[in-house]
Design a protein around this ligand. Structure first.
Ligand code: XMP
Length: 321
């Protein structure tokens, strides 16, 4: 691909911020732009760059898609209120679950999320707000993996030949496209974002849908959401790159209160990685794993089995879908 990476060694955060603010201003001109904030480091960085460039001509929304982590919408809105950035919450839960109904194929799932996000939710927002630009936090790794044919990352559009203006009615500006995650963290810090954001482990765009194997229903997302909360709480003290819970499609026989319980299986993954290109499972102490299994089987209804992934990326990927 012709895109050039700006590596950590050559990154001058202040100069980068100045240049991106200038470029966003030049691209959007006197118009309005819109951006979706998820609370992760990439979208947070874009939100601050966009506000510096456009002020109140940038409408920042949090799309409540129903597949986010526990308490996420409230957390994000209140954190940004403290930072002085107004965030509008858009309730799109029904649209996402309708689009995901009956789909089990991973690429079809990604496609359903992409279309719901860009065509339905943003298409409507753009028509209502008069915005002509969408600012988004696509990073170098997203482009690389999509172009290499590994996975269709949900936010890749122009790079695979989609003319967003023609298809969705708005242009897309991507200020972070030359950076990998470690460089984005440096820029986020330089913009004055708090450590809980610039140090936050990565989280995928398709959210918990990337961690549900098989059909994504509100009930199945609730299972993985509860398991995720436990994994994040128990592994926050580690220096791991990312940790997550996955809900499997198959059920297995287990026992509860002396009776057979044909129950759910959760897989825990915890990764050591530099930038998500490759990864190895963290060598967690067995007591930590055992405690995770106890908490997940006791606290998440229906789960009878907890496994820990020991395969590297590649051939695994970090997420399961
Ligand atoms: P994978 O699973 O491709 O993930 O090894 C690489 C990194 O990207 C994050 N991430 C995504 N992963 N689809 C994904 O599968 C997405 O749309 C996406 N967005 C971000 C993932 O969490 C990991 O850090």
């Amino acid at each position: 691909m012709s895109l050039r990476e700006i590596g950590l060694a050559e990154l001058d955060p202040a100069g980068f911020i100045e240049r991106q603010v200038r470029e966003i201003s030049a691209a959007v001109g006197d118009g309005m732009a819109i951006n979706a904030l998820s609370g992760g480091v990439d979208s947070s960085t874009v939100t601050l760059l966009g506000h510096r460039a456009l002020g109140d001509r940038l409408l920042t929304v949090f799309v409540e898609n129903g597949i986010m982590r526990e308490g996420e919408p409230q957390r994000v809105v209140s954190l940004y209120r403290e930072l002085g950035v107004p965030v509008q919450v858009i309730d799109a839960r029904e649209q996402f679950y309708d689009a995901l109904k009956g789909i089990t194929d991973p690429e079809e799932k990604r496609e359903a999320i992409t279309q719901t996000f860009y065509r339905d939710v943003f298409g409507q927002l753009v028509r209502e707000s008069g915005a002509t630009y969408l600012l988004q936090g696509t990073i170098y790794t997203d482009v690389e993996e999509t172009i290499a044919g590994i996975k269709r990352q949900h936010n890749i559009l122009a790079q695979i030949g989609i003319d967003t203006e023609q298809v969705y009615g708005y242009k897309v500006v991507e200020p972070l496209i030359q950076l990998r995650k470690p460089a984005v963290r440096v820029v986020a810090k330089a913009l004055g974002l708090p450590q809980e954001i610039y140090d936050r482990p990565p989280f995928p765009g398709p959210a918990l849908a990337a961690r549900v194997i098989g059909e994504v229903t509100p009930e199945r997302v609730q299972v993985v959401r509860a398991a995720t909360a436990i994994v994040e709480e128990e592994l926050a003290h580690t220096a791991a790159f990312q940790y997550l819970a996955i809900l499997h499609e198959d059920r297995v026989t287990g026992m509860r209160e002396g009776k057979r319980d044909f129950g759910l299986q959760i897989e825990v993954r915890c990764w050591d990685s530099e930038d998500a290109r490759t990864g190895s499972p963290t060598r967690l102490p067995f007591d930590v794993l055992s405690n995770l299994a106890d908490r997940i089987t006791n606290e998440v209804p229906g789960v009878v089995s907890v496994t820990y992934n020991i395969a590297k990326k590649p051939p695994s990927t970090i997420e399961a879908v």
